[in-house]
Design a protein around this ligand. Structure first.
Ligand SMILES: [Zn+2]
Length: 131
């Protein structure tokens, strides 16, 4: 059975309960790590400065009091294995759909199930969206 590290647990605990439900279900299928939950101002400023985020504080969904975004990636992580990241995203989107929780993946902002038409690709990023 897959389990989260203490750090992944801490990060996920900063997220909205709907995101926690989705990722705890995904953990039963694919082992993964939670890289970011909520980001405070200093962390958001750093993410913006580095180009990891296009949003300034407090516009990112990571900045909500209960984060409406989470960054996650398969474990163990292989940065050269892009396909496994896409497979992971597919599992996340499928689980969320089954739970009737609306999520958007940072590799497919316009939700057309294609990745190459996106200018800014944030493959670890998943966020809650309105219906
Ligand atoms: Zn993110």
């Amino acid at each position: 059975m897959n389990t989260y590290s203490r750090l992944s647990e801490e990060r996920l605990s900063t997220c909205h309960s709907d995101l926690q439900r989705v990722f705890r279900e995904v953990l039963k299928i694919v082992d993964h790590s939670i890289i970011w939950g909520r980001r405070g101002k200093a962390d958001q400023d750093a993410a913006f400065a580095s180009g990891a985020s296009e949003k300034k504080w407090p516009e990112s969904k990571h900045n909500a009091e209960q984060s409406e975004a989470v960054d996650a990636r398969p474990y163990p992580y292989d940065e050269k294995d892009f396909e496994s990241m896409c497979l992971f995203a597919g599992v996340v989107l499928g689980v969320a759909k089954c739970l009737n929780i609306h999520i958007r993946w940072g590799g497919d902002w316009n939700k057309n199930y294609k990745t190459r038409d996106e200018k800014f690709r944030d493959y670890w990023h998943f966020e809650l969206i309105g219906t």
